[in-house]
Design a protein around this ligand. Structure first.
Ligand code: OAD
Length: 266
């Protein structure tokens, strides 16, 4: 892992964790913590999903997940759905790291932008996590909101075909309960947002911080509270405060090195 500005603060943070001075860590995650599980992220050049959509002839890449586009053209979404669907995926080392924070009782709350449900598979307690952008766990008709059977959804995803509502006379397209651009976030987001101000440390992993409102979370951390970015590249305003620590590299390695400093070494 390469770090352009090796920062001793990671050691001091680890000491503060080890000695119980930091007991409330708020975490924000994005697609970068799941790439090693096999799901490409969105915006990395060449490997990210948005660089591979030319054959779909979208007006712009994010249209794939925009509700106003899906409402008249759900086909492109289902053309890529199989590649994004988390069935049979295993949590990564990064998820295991976050599960360890929960086990050590220092995970105050985790906001994830991911919809792959790997936090639950890793054993992070449901009450400690909010999937801000929803998940693939369930699905509904976009038009009449009727629910739709899991096994039929799975069949449609595997076939790359749009599933349609089974309610008599409806025929609307089925949409997984993933929050598309243009849709409201779960109401739990407003209920959990106050937890940010209780953080004694913030960890940001695997996100470009390009999508609001999650992109605003690190900026809501109080001045003087350390913020750690574990990501391939710089993101948002992380690095602009004295107490920021940047671990530029893979999330899995960054998580391991924090664990190493806090619980293995010395
Ligand atoms: P992005 O693709 O925008 O950003 C992923 C970030 O993770 C980038 O900064 C990568 O450099 C970094 N990254 C990738 N693999 C990594 C690895 N193994 N280790 C460390 N860093 C890695 O994904 P998000 O920020 O999650 O929303 O995107 C936010 C939202 O935009 C998504 O939830 C999705 C998308 O459009 C909707 O579809 C509504």
């Amino acid at each position: 892992m390469s770090s352009p500005q090796p920062n001793p603060t990671i050691q001091s943070l680890a000491t503060r964790i080890k000695t119980g001075q930091i007991t409330r860590i708020v975490v924000l995650t994005g697609a970068g913590i799941s790439t090693s599980a096999g799901i490409p992220d969105f915006r990395s050049p060449t490997t990210g999903l948005y660089d591979k959509l030319a054959p779909l002839n979208l007006p712009y890449p994010e249209a794939l997940f925009h509700i106003s586009y899906f409402s008249h053209s759900p086909e492109p979404f289902y053309a890529i759905a199989r590649a994004r669907h988390p069935a049979n995926l295993k949590p990564t080392l990064s998820h295991a790291f976050l599960a360890l924070l929960a086990k050590k009782n220092i995970l105050h709350f985790l906001f994830t932008q991911n919809v792959d449900n790997l936090e639950e598979k890793a054993g992070i307690p449901a009450e400690k996590v909010l999937a801000v952008h929803g998940s693939w766990k369930s699905q509904h008709c976009w038009t009449c909101k009727a629910s739709y059977p899991d096994e039929l959804m799975e069949k449609a995803i595997n076939a790359g075909e749009v599933p349609y509502c089974l309610e008599a006379g409806c025929g609307g397209a089925i949409k997984p309960d993933v929050v598309f651009f243009g849709e409201n976030l779960p109401s739990a987001f407003d209920e959990k947002i106050h937890l940010i101000s209780e953080a004694e440390c913030m960890l940001v992993l695997g996100t470009s911080l390009r999508v609001a409102p999650c992109s605003t979370i690190p900026r809501q951390i109080a001045a003087g509270v350390p913020r750690v970015l574990i990501n391939m590249e710089k993101a948002g305003d992380l690095g602009s405060r004295e107490d920021d620590v940047l671990l530029l590299g893979s999330c899995d390695e960054g998580g391991l090195s924090v664990c190493g400093c806090a619980w293995v070494e010395g």
